[in-house]
Design a protein around this ligand. Structure first.
Ligand code: 13P
Ligand code: SF4
Length: 330
């Protein structure tokens, strides 16, 4: 099996690694040798967050990808994030430790079906959440993330008709915050839909002083009970600015690593899902490991590619988002 066949089947180059190697040292060496930068999302495993040059939410990561002068962007996140980096920096090599690190939310909105949906609303502007494929971005007018979705909708005239996709939960939240009537695509994230109202209520009764904080990808019923709602960066900042000592966190559990690092002595409890598991891991985000990160930097594979015609169409809606965010100081 050649290396490309292996990537197709497994998603990464499955090479034996010398067990005596210190992977942190090796990755640091490769970064310097290849002028590579590692951008990691907060949902990555702690070791990857600790070796990254930049850790952030989806907005911060795309802002970094747009301005880096590295030759290689190693994206420790999921496929749509690496695609966004490639669209913003098409001449750079963009690597993803595991090409199969996808996203259930992105998968819930196939571009050919969205295209038909869009045809039903010819006078509507299309705002898409960044958690979607490059093809979907190419069908959009403006992209947004969870940290700027409200402001992006508010930046448009009040009577502007809007389709919002693919996340119906973020869309419902934005519609409520802005008082706008958005046409929503019915997609959702498997991680944020799994929280149990009943188990959260029980946990809150056991920790009456704890603040309950939630990502806007959670369902409306969960968000209604939250003390604070925000993107991963928003949630992290809230824990740093709050006087509270305990937090129940309704998002992917990877963010707790940064919360604990930034808040010694404070306690972070993952919000319980509606099954017997104790935490919420995104199986896509967690496909990346330190070993795969090392191998992808060593082999410069797997590489993320986006067809040039898609790059050209998808770039404008992402740039519009970055411009609006810069103008608003986000
Ligand atoms: P943010 O990084 O914008 O908070 O989004 C979270 C997420 O689900 C990324 O997949
Ligand atoms: Fe997609 Fe949800 Fe995983 Fe984020 S947490 S990558 S939205 S499946």
């Amino acid at each position: 099996m050649d290396i490309f066949e292996e990537i197709n089947i497994k998603g990464f180059v499955d090479e034996p690694i010398d067990p005596t190697l210190d992977l942190f040292e090796e990755i640091e060496k490769l970064k310097k040798e290849k002028n590579a930068v590692i951008l990691a999302h907060y949902y990555q495993e702690p070791d990857i967050q600790d070796i990254a040059d930049y850790i952030g939410d989806s907005l911060g990561l795309s802002q970094e990808a747009a301005k880096t002068d590295a030759d290689i962007i190693v994206f420790a996140g999921v496929h749509f994030m690496a695609e966004t980096a490639k669209i913003l920096s098409p001449t750079k090599k963009v690597l993803l430790p595991d090409l199969k690190a996808g996203c259930s939310l992105s998968d819930s909105c196939p571009p050919h079906l969205f295209s038909k949906f869009k045809e039903k609303y010819p006078d509507h502007l299309v705002i898409t959440y960044v958690n979607c494929s490059a093809e979907l971005k190419a069908l959009s007018d403006i992209v947004c993330t969870s940290s700027n979705a409200v402001q992006i909708v508010e930046s448009l005239p009040k009577d502007q008709k809007i389709i919002f996709g693919p996340d119906r939960n973020l869309g419902t939240y934005v519609a409520k915050k802005t008082g706008r009537d958005l046409v929503l695509w019915n997609g959702a994230c498997m991680v944020h839909e799994i929280f149990s109202m009943q188990r959260i209520a029980k946990l809150r009764a056991q920790h009456p002083e704890a603040k309950f904080i939630a990502h806007p990808e959670c369902e409306d019923a969960i968000l209604k009970t939250a003390d604070y709602i925000g993107s991963t960066t928003g949630l992290l900042k809230y824990t740093m600015n709050s006087e509270a000592k305990e937090f129940i966190v309704a998002t992917e559990s990877g963010i707790i690593h940064q919360m604990e690092k930034a808040n010694p002595g404070k306690v972070f409890i993952p919000a319980p899902p509606n099954n017997t598991c104790a935490c919420n891991d995104c199986p896509h985000m967690k496909r990346n490991t330190l070993e795969k990160l090392y191998l992808c930097m060593k082999n410069e594979l797997p590489e993320v590619s986006v067809p040039m015609d898609v790059i050209e169409k998808a770039r404008l809606p992402i740039e519009r988002m970055l411009e609006i965010s810069a103008r608003l100081g986000l």
